[in-house]
Design a protein around this ligand. Structure first.
Ligand code: MRU
Length: 347
């Protein structure tokens, strides 16, 4: 087994996802600025995992603050949170985790600073542990939608590597398999960062799950051939109306699924739902380095000086989404009502 991100001896340890599947390298971080850079550079990626890494990074920064006075501590703490918030813009789990850490400081502002530091570490560990629990619960709800002998297409990596463990979309697949269903997975390679071929294929094979890798442009062909029974993906941010921001290419898969009358499911924790944003047009879409498109590793695959676009995410309109699977149950249309009810409900 591998660990995506953990807290070990007052440091943050992460598997370097940029090197998978060729090398399994764990990096140890003792400085919060390096954790922030690791998030930006995608050593760790995937919405829930980014949230967990940010919480650990903030805890790491907090325990190293030298101020003995509360005012100084709080000012430093604010700076740390601000730096974390500027790492990646789309996954709302990042901002959700930062808010949770900030609340700890607000709610415990009278405690001695050393005690407060320990509470911050505990909160970050809690965010980590809860995420695995949440994914297992999501898996139980979601597996009801996956029939025995189904072939399921997934895009990007919404697995153990994108979370503290087990995964969201891949968590649903894992639960279905654990329940004894025979499931075949088709993994889109997911250009340009190749989360599908490098990460999804790697972690599903480790679990012995029947997985077939396809390039992104093969999905329509597979659907037309009747080889796909359902699509399941994760999400980086879900607007109040059910519009879903996820890895670039997800929208195309959803359009194809609609044309072929294949259900399109999204699995995501409540922390991915952003009720402050009423539709997907308002979700900030990250633009990444064009080298991700023009190069593979260091090898150029396009003429130099070609104009390039590299949006890392797209938004799938809610009308193309069959259901949203959360840890508190399954939301269906109209999402504006079902999401509000699920987010407001008690666990
Ligand atoms: O750029 P990434 O790799 O962080 O993007 C990840 C995705 O788009 C995932 O599908 C999403 O975060 C869901 S992860 C459970």
């Amino acid at each position: 087994m591998f660990q995506t991100v953990e807290w070990k001896n007052n440091s943050v340890v992460m598997i370097d996802q940029r090197l998978l599947p060729n090398e399994e390298v764990y990096r140890t971080y003792t400085n919060f600025l390096d954790v922030a850079e690791a998030i930006r550079a995608m050593v760790v990626r995937g919405a829930p995992a980014i949230g967990v890494a940010a919480a650990f990074g903030i805890a790491l920064g907090a325990i190293k603050i030298n101020h003995k006075m509360r005012k100084g501590f709080k000012e430093e703490f604010k700076k740390i949170c601000k730096i974390m918030a500027h790492t990646r813009p789309t996954a709302v789990n990042l901002f959700w985790a930062i808010e949770r850490m900030k609340k700890v400081v607000k709610d415990n502002s009278r405690l001695p600073i050393e005690e407060l530091k320990q509470i911050l570490v505990r909160e970050a560990k809690k965010i980590h542990d809860e995420d695995i629990e949440i994914n297992r619960r999501m898996g139980k709800f979601g597996s009801k939608l996956i029939k025995n002998r189904a072939s399921v297409l997934t895009h990007c990596n919404a697995g153990a590597l994108a979370t503290a463990g087990y995964g969201t979309a891949l968590g649903v697949i894992r639960t279905a398999v654990e329940e004894g269903k025979k499931i075949k997975v088709f993994a889109d390679e997911t250009r340009p960062f190749l989360q599908g071929s490098r990460l999804t294929a790697w972690e599903l094979m480790k679990d012995g799950i029947d997985t077939t890798l396809i390039t992104d442009n093969m999905a329509g062909y597979m659907m037309k051939k009747g080889l796909i029974d359902a699509v399941i993906v994760g999400a980086d941010r879900i607007a109040a109306n059910g519009d879903v921001a996820n890895k670039i290419g997800t929208y195309s898969v959803a359009v194809l699924a609609k044309e072929h009358k294949i259900p399109f499911y999204v699995a995501a924790p409540i922390s991915t739902i952003d009720l402050n944003i009423n539709n997907g047009n308002k979700i900030p879409i990250e633009e990444r380095d064009i080298r991700e498109v023009t190069h593979i590793k260091d090898i150029p695959i396009a003429p130099s000086r070609i104009k390039v676009k590299n949006p890392a995410f797209d938004v799938t309109p809610s009308r193309l989404v069959t259901a949203i699977i959360t840890e508190r149950g399954i939301a269906r249309k109209p999402f504006i009502k079902s999401l509000k009810r699920i987010v407001g409900s008690k666990e």
